[in-house]
Design a protein around this ligand. Structure first.
Ligand code: 3H9
Length: 699
């Protein structure tokens, strides 16, 4: 049914202008395709119309199908009762006028038109694979006909957004303009109004010859990244069908392949993640009209690995940043490390030399706190100890201008204790970057008891401005990210003591979808840091659970990759972890000393014990109101800990197993192992109510 408020038609100088108006991104929600079809029919029937322009109102052309409608079963094939085929068959030329985004079903709509004209700032792409789908509105059939199968495969299997200029050189758009898209599109339409035959992508198969072995080579190239996933392979199969079948049959094959994906766990998970990431931006309790002043200058205290990485984040976002160290030598070392990091990017080809120089020049090394005074934000990034951090905050409080934000990059320490040494605890918050800070996308924004809503809002926005995914949470030991991850780490230690070996644990987790096993990650990060932290904790807490295997490795100088040995053995100049009989002997010896009879542990037990331990803890964090929603836990695990995205995150994955099953298993382990498995009250309540984790909200 046509909804005139979503799509409208106006006639201007002999050109019918169809405008889609479905904010915020003109998704093809119910009513939009039907509206386009209805306006098209009217324009075709109108003798005053010689050509037709299809354009989006507001900030975008069309960003694709409405992703929310998949779960409501409203996206049916062919989408919108075949409205794209109707555009394709129009007897009058149709010109897609693209600004903002033409993505997924949006680009597919444009490919159904005869011509495409774009604003230079526009982005085009078929990102369906990123939500576990394939372009199911003809995109896998039309794009290869327009630009050849090789270039089409690249776009369809990566889902990348192509800037208008590149789209022009690929042949996706006919003309790129700098301003006044609508006037340019109308002028274009008038120019082509009388030209016949109409260029029709569906009718052109001249570009369809694929070089031999292309599809097999593409399957091989994506194999590692696409592990455990179906969508990338169905994308390739659909493009292959375009090259071997007539258009109509190719479309039918695309439909079959699309339907296989639509209801898959993979696509459901990825669609959930799409919205979870956007939901994370909203911190509860911030009034809608709260302002977020733009951060225009920054200061970082500490030029170590983290401080340097954080300074790079600001420099990369064109924000000048000062970096402070206690002495010249440490400052020089820090600046040299930053330079070396940038140089690595230049060598790899991901950064141009002149751009690197511009970024590096935005970082000013200083030794005096007074030099930081005018910055909009100061981020402390020194080592994890309370007293020195408090000393930094006293200094910052003394010099920073009124209104400046004072943030700590602590990954676990109490924000309130840090804030307590300042006279302005309302502007103090946690800004926990993940290592390497210039690469990892996650920013955990921690609200202390006194942190104001305005401060939270500004820090969340600052994160987004420097390209991070900001996720808010409350204050507790380890905050949301590290506290929820800690039981995973502890369970890993215990599994090793009970009978598992490092390579078995890593194999299970890599097969599950992690890019690297957790034990090998330890070797990469360096085992000495954890060793030092354990010694400090053991000295402070007589009940601290020791980790004798890890301690023994460190006593032998096995600090991981950097010493050629850790949990694994490494060959010189090679990062491949090799299982080491010496480590097995140490593990077996520690088990014997602990009086443990080692046993065979199944892969499933390893997976479930590692992840269920963290699910239980995450429920406790939610119950305490530290985490705002279960989906925030998921976003943190995806972006902080390498959890496989196509599994949706820790809590979404747990829902696939079922709250009740998880609860019952945790109860059994509670009986067997005692206190560390005590089930969270929220978990019990959810199990009793038959509710899902993903809907759990802060208690
Ligand atoms: C498809 O097309 C299938 C077809 O092949 C065939 C089917 C048969 N649907 O990201 P933002 C919302 S699959 C519903 O913050 P930005 C978004 O949730 C689709 N909602 O803005 C947010 O809502 P809220 C293929 C959508 O400027 C608001 O719009 N297309 C959709 O940073 C603003 O979004 C894609 O996968 C949607 N399609 O980025 C494109 N898109 O304000 C998906 C956005 O309530 N979209 N919303 O949180 C994007 O990649 C980005 O949103 C975009 C804008 C780049 C467009």
């Amino acid at each position: 049914m046509s909804q005139p408020n979503l799509v409208s038609l106006a006639v201007q100088d002999g050109v019918g202008v169809i405008t889609v108006n479905n904010p915020p991104v003109n998704a093809l929600s119910a009513g939009v395709p039907e509206g386009i079809a209805a306006c098209l029919a009217t324009a075709v029937a109108d003798p005053a119309v010689q050509a037709i322009v299809l354009i989006g109102a507001g900030r975008s052309f069309i960003a694709g199908a409405d992703i929310r409608e998949f779960d409501k079963g409203r996206v049916t094939m062919p989408i919108g009762d075949g409205f794209i085929d109707k555009l394709d068959a129009s007897p009058k030329p149709v010109i897609a006028a693209i600004h903002g985004y033409a993505l997924g079903g949006g680009l597919e709509t444009a490919l159904g038109c005869n011509y495409r004209i774009a604003l230079r700032s526009a982005k085009l792409g078929l990102p369906e694979v990123l939500i576990g789908l394939l372009p199911g509105a003809g995109g896998t059939q039309r794009l290869p006909r327009l630009i050849g199968p090789k270039a089409a495969l690249d776009l369809i299997t990566t889902g990348r957004h192509v800037p208008a200029d590149e789209a022009k050189s690929l042949g996706i758009v006919d003309e790129v303009v700098d301003t006044d898209l609508l006037s340019a599109a109308i002028a274009f339409a008038q120019r082509v109004a009388a030209l016949r035959p109409l260029p029709q992508i569906s009718a052109n198969s001249s570009k369809l010859t694929a070089e031999p072995g292309l599809f097999e080579a593409t399957r091989k190239a994506i194999a590692r990244k696409a592990r455990n996933q179906k969508a990338p392979y169905n994308c390739i199969a659909a493009v292959e069908a375009a090259c071997t079948l007539p258009f109509a049959q190719g479309l039918a094959r695309e439909g079959e392949l699309f339907r296989e994906l639509e209801t898959s766990d993979e696509s459901r998970a990825l669609r959930y993640v799409f919205f979870a990431e956007r939901e994370a931006a909203h911190v509860p309790g911030i009034p809608a009209n709260t302002k977020a002043p733009v951060i225009q200058s920054a200061a970082v205290v500490g030029a170590g690995t983290m401080g340097g990485g954080i300074a790079m984040c600001f420099a990369d976002a064109a924000i000048p940043v000062k970096i402070l160290e206690a002495n010249q030598e440490a400052l020089d070392r820090g600046m040299a490390r930053i330079r070396a990091n940038y140089e690595t990017s230049v060598k790899r080809g991901s950064l141009a030399q002149d751009e690197m120089e511009r970024r590096f020049a935005r970082i000013t090394p200083v030794l005096d706190y007074a030099d930081l005074a005018t910055a909009d934000v100061a981020i402390e990034a020194i080592f994890e100890e309370m007293a020195p951090k408090q000393a930094v905050f006293r200094q910052l409080d003394a010099v920073m201008k009124p209104g400046a934000l004072l943030l700590s990059n602590t990954s676990a320490l109490n924000i309130d204790e840090i804030a307590s040494v300042t006279k302005r605890p309302d502007v103090v918050a946690g800004a926990h970057f993940f290592s390497p800070a210039n690469v990892m996308k996650l920013l955990e924004v921690v609200k202390g008891a006194a942190t104001s809503a305005a401060t939270m809002n500004t820090v969340m926005a600052m994160g987004r401005a420097i390209g991070k995914l900001s996720v808010g949470c409350g204050n507790c030991d380890g905050f949301l990210a590290n506290r929820s991850r800690a039981p995973f780490g502890m369970e890993m230690v215990i599994l090793l003591e009970e009978g598992a070996l490092p390579h078995q644990i890593d194999k299970v987790m890599v097969e599950f979808g992690y890019p690297m096993g957790p034990v090998a990650v330890g070797d990469l990060a360096g085992l000495d840091i954890g060793w030092a932290a354990r010694k400090r904790r053991a000295a402070a807490d007589p009940n601290y659970r020791k980790q004798p295997i890890a301690d023994r490795l460190c006593e032998l100088g096995r600090f991981g990759q950097k010493t050629g040995a850790g949990w694994y053995r490494y060959e010189k100049g090679d990062r491949t972890p090799h299982p080491d009989p010496e480590v097995t002997a140490i593990i077996e010896q520690v088990s014997a000393e602990m009086g443990i009879t080692r046993r065979e542990i199944s892969d499933e037990e390893i997976l479930h014990r590692l992840l269920f331990a963290s699910i239980n803890e995450a429920c406790k964090i939610l119950e305490e109101g530290i985490a705002y929603r279960a989906s925030d836990v998921d976003v943190m695990w995806l972006h902080g800990f390498g959890f496989p995205r196509y599994r949706g995150g820790l809590m979404f994955w747990a829902d696939q197993i079922g709250v009740k099953s998880v609860y019952e298993q945790i109860q059994r382990w509670h009986q067997l192992y005692g206190a560390r498995w005590a089930p969270s009250a929220l978990l019990r309540q959810l199990a009793e109510r038959g509710a899902a984790f993903k809907d759990a909200k802060a208690g």
